[in-house]
Design a binder for this molecule. Structure first.
Ligand code: NAD
Ligand code: MG
Length: 401
């Protein structure tokens, strides 16, 4: 029996994780859950999974949850609040496995705490790795933690790698195993064929309607701008110890192949399946075994064709920015990630246009591109500064509109 902590339990990945877990009551025990503000959703999870401890980061939400639990006569669940409580939860001795599924850089400290406490860490929160890079990998190296990728592309790549790399995430040399390229696939999002002149009128609702995947709002917008693929490019660099030149982005609109590994003998190994995050979640939970996930088997006789295209940087300037950030260094990656979180939020609030996201991101990334990052405090300081600069850009753009 493995004791599980789900950080970001009320989100899309959190709920998919719990859906897989409840199919295997003999294997996984839900000990702790966290969320930010979604009280009703957390209340339902408490009733269903009866965790020992719950963190609501927002204080008022924690009070509301406590009241609801009292009304239900549930006294056994400890409800904590505050950001520090997340790290305590993730590093608690009562936990074996941590699902890191908070969205954004807010997930960094709790995810790092789980690594430092030698947990099996299932990493969905790509922003944590993007924003801290080498520091995160160094923490992994000096711990006994096991890191498994949940992002479907990175999980697919992981599945196509030889066992010596799987057992040395972030450290092994791919060339030693005869690997010549990592092919990172992406659907191209909902605007792959939309005429460019229509981009300025894209609404948040349109951007959140992904053709193949059902996800949280931030990652949905990131998929539409392809910043998501850019963040995944940086994530892949750290997870698989790559140079930017080792990674090729391939557009594959059907999202059936979730990524590929090319070997020097000409072999290309791909991982395929229906686009449903329960597959990578089940894979990582059970690795090296396999368990039922609830995902339907892929139907080859009813599938559309498999198409592949190059990504067009005019259509996806955020992808180009992220690849440039990956080449430039940690300052650029941390600043870009922070700016993007602010810009996407502003777009979702109708404060800026879809096209403005890239312009906020570029301005902020350029401003901090040479910032040196050596410690986690440097990361947090730059994250804060970049957010402030991005808010300023948003205010300037609002003033001009
Ligand atoms: P979501 O918005 O659906 O859920 C986010 C969760 O994080 C919620 O439980 C929320 O309460 C919590 N949260 C939000 N802000 C917080 C804060 N400041 N402090 C603490 N908790 C906070 O997001 P999601 O789509 O589930 O994505 C979660 C992570 O997984 C992201 O990093 C995303 O990039 C990654 N991911 C998601 C998918 C997907 O299909 N949804 C696929 C691959 C990777
Ligand atoms: Mg992904």
């Amino acid at each position: 029996m493995q004791n599980l902590c789900v950080l970001g339990a009320t989100g899309s990945i959190g709920l998919s994780t719990l859906d897989v877990v409840k199919r295997h009551p003999d294997k996984y025990n839900v000990v702790s859950l966290s969320a930010n503000t979604r009280v009703d959703e957390m209340h339902m999870l408490c009733v269903e999974f009866k965790p020992t401890t719950v963190v609501m980061v927002d204080e008022l939400s924690a009070e509301q949850l406590k009241l609801k639990l009292l009304q239900d006569d549930i006294h056994s669940i400890e409800v904590l609040t505050g950001h520090n409580a997340l790290s305590d939860l993730a590093s608690s001795a009562s936990i074996d496995v941590v699902m890191a599924a908070i969205v954004g850089a807010s997930g960094l400290l709790p995810t790092l705490a789980a690594v430092k406490a030698d947990k099996k860490v299932l990493l969905a929160n790509k922003e944590a790795l993007v924003t801290s890079g080498q520091i995160f990998i160094d923490a992994l190296k000096s711990s006994n933690a096991q890191l498994l990728p949940i992002d479907s592309e990175h999980n697919a790549i992981f599945q196509c790698l030889p066992i010596n790399i799987q057992n040395n995430i972030g450290m092994a040399e791919i060339a030693d195993s005869g690997i010549s390229k990592i092919l990172l696939t992406g659907s191209g999002g909902p605007f792959r064929t939309l005429p460019l002149e229509k981009f300025s009128n894209i609404t948040p609702q349109q951007a959140c309607a992904h053709p193949n995947w059902d996800m949280g709002r931030k990652i949905s917008v990131d998929s539409a701008t392809m910043m998501n693929k850019g963040l995944e490019f940086i994530e892949a660099k750290w997870l698989f110890n790559l140079e930017p030149e080792d990674i090729q982005v391939v557009l594959h609109p059907q999202s059936t192949i979730h990524s590929m590994v090319q070997y020097k003998d000409g072999s290309v190994l791909a991982q395929m399946g229906n686009p449903d995050m329960r597959t990578p979640i089940a894979h990582a939970l059970a690795f090296p075994q396999r368990i039922e996930s609830g995902v339907e088997p892929f139907d080859f006789f009813n599938c559309k064709s498999f198409e592949f295209e190059q990504a067009d940087f005019e259509r996806y300037p955020n992808l180009k920015l992220a690849i440039n950030a990956c080449k430039a260094g940690q300052g650029a990656c941390t600043a870009l990630n922070a700016a993007n979180e602010v810009a996407v939020d502003a777009f979702l609030n109708n404060d800026i246009t879809f096209n403005d996201i890239a312009s906020v991101n570029k301005t902020v990334m350029d401003k901090f591109i040479d910032t040196k990052i050596q410690t986690i405090d440097d990361v947090i300081e730059l994250d804060n500064k970049a957010r402030t600069a991005a808010y300023q850009q948003v205010i300037n753009l609002k003033g001009n509109s």
